[in-house]
Ligand binder design. Structure first.
Ligand code: FES
Length: 128
């Protein structure tokens, strides 16, 4: 999916942006936010992975409700923005990186993702 395809068709009303609710596991880009649903609850978090800044709106939500980075697979708790599993890889290498994975996760504790607001109304989400 390209960036353009991933950009939500959005309508802005009084500071809130309305989008069609993403499907299961899908994440959409809404301005500064990566938006989706985790265990049935909508979320909005800042888009830049704390590892190497990949756009998290290109990622997905896994079966446990975590937001997964599309590059090296770092996983985030969208309730508090914390990285719960570090990256598996660095730069253009994707694979096991023992030690490094834990180090990145430890450092990322100091800079969790920012939390936005996402509210469901019918089949739409309102985000700000
Ligand atoms: S850029 Fe997100 S895990 Fe590496």
């Amino acid at each position: 999916m390209t960036h353009a395809e991933n950009t939500a068709d959005a309508t802005e009303t009084a500071g809130w942006t309305e989008i069609a609710e993403p499907g299961p596991g899908e994440v959409r880009r809404v301005g500064q936010w990566a938006v989706g649903s985790s265990r049935g609850a909508p979320f909005a978090v800042s888009r830049r992975c704390r590892h190497q800044l990949r756009d998290l709106s290109d990622g997905h939500v896994d079966a446990e409700g975590c937001l997964v980075c599309p590059w090296h697979g770092a996983r985030y708790d969208v309730g508090n923005g914390e990285m719960v599993e570090g990256p598996k890889g660095v730069a253009f290498y994707v694979g096991p990186t023992p030690g490094y994975t834990q180090l990145v996760r430890a450092v990322a504790r100091w800079v969790p993702l920012r939390i936005g607001r996402a509210v469901r109304r019918g089949h739409s989400l309102f985000v700000r």
